[in-house]
Write a protein that binds this ligand. Structure first.
Ligand SMILES: [Mg+2]
Length: 327
């Protein structure tokens, strides 16, 4: 497997594994999440779902990949069709509220560029599915911003939600482009790419990232948990608000750039919306480390592992073709 191909597979399977393990931890009752050990972890069944089940984060990520493969571009109408299709045919676990509202509007006939929920609803539904845009546009940052906007506004018009999606796509793009990770360079790359109007809170906390990385984890997580919140927020868990969701994922990745499991363990310890932070952090870590760094038992145990690996390969081949390589 070539270097970039490993990273494509690492991104999509990293997303699915982080989502599926997070889902188990969220639904099974684990005493003391502060002491989570992923070393001994295996997927647990919950409800009527099979072990290795993932949630909306992975379903929507794969829907975007599918739409890119069908059209050879990031097309709003094609992604909207895929979202409608999965909402009508797949048993989606724990869908986000804005996504659910927007996709029901699509199903009811609202066009894709009008269906997104209004300003003020800045959930993490756009960021959680953003990694394929990083894989598709890693060589063209202007296009990465534009395509992130297209995939985001289908469900969220809020600028913070768009910015969160740009940040995650940019993080993946950085990892596809670079073998070595320089934390400061990574942050300044995301900052220059994620210039979306009206997202000052995001920028400020990105500036603080080096300081956050130097303080004890618990303190850093409680600061991140309150990041960008309009009212004072005293919980020490990550809500489905896009700003803390994306920041904790970037923080975990920078804290443990060489360990897929440590990245996931950190976001699960941080608590809250952990299938989504797991999906985002897993995708970013996988985009740096490649698929072989995801532990075999977690990779093989995730639902539809072969299908996901197949989509990653097809996306990689489509991108190569786009770049002018022969099939
Ligand atoms: Mg989810």
């Amino acid at each position: 497997m070539q270097n970039t191909e490993r990273k494509y597979a690492g991104t999509l399977l990293g997303c699915a594994v982080g989502d599926a393990v997070g889902l188990c931890y969220q639904f099974a009752r684990f005493p003391g999440r502060r002491h989570i050990s992923l070393e001994s972890f295996s997927y647990l069944p919950f409800g009527h779902y099979p072990p290795g089940q993932y949630s909306d984060d992975t379903d929507m990520t794969l829907a975007i990949v599918q739409a890119i493969l069908e059209t050879g571009e990031v097309s709003g109408p094609a992604i909207a069709e895929e979202f409608k299709r999965i909402w009508q045919t797949v048993d989606i676990v724990d869908p986000g509220l804005s996504c659910d509202d927007a996709i029901h509007a699509l199903i009811g006939g609202t066009p894709w560029d009008k269906s997104g929920t209004e300003d003020g609803r800045a959930g993490n539904g756009t960021a959680m599915r953003a990694s394929p845009i990083g894989l598709w546009d890693y060589d063209d940052m202007e296009k990465l911003r534009r395509d992130s906007e297209i995939q985001s506004i289908i469900t969220h018009k809020d600028r913070r939600a768009v910015a969160g999606a740009v940040a995650v796509a940019a993080a993946v793009a950085y990892n596809i482009n670079n073998e070595k990770l320089d934390g400061n360079d990574f942050i300044s790359f995301i900052k220059t790419e994620c210039r979306v109007e009206g997202i000052d809170p995001f920028m400020r906390y990105l500036d603080d990232m080096p300081e956050l990385l130097n303080m004890p984890e618990g303190r850093a997580v409680s600061i991140i948990a309150g990041a960008g919140q309009e009212k004072r927020f005293s919980g020490n868990f990550i809500t489905p608000f896009v700003v803390p969701t994306v920041l904790v994922s970037l923080y975990a990745f920078l804290k443990y750039p060489d360990s897929f499991l440590d990245v996931l363990a950190l976001v699960y310890r941080a608590g809250g919306d952990i299938d989504t932070t797991g999906a985002i952090a897993g995708a970013i870590s996988g985009s740096r480390l490649g698929v072989e760094h995801i532990p075999e038992r977690l990779k093989k145990g995730v639902l539809n592992e072969e299908h996901i690996a197949g989509l990653a390969r097809r996306l990689w081949l489509a991108k190569r073709e786009r770049l002018g390589f022969r099939k």
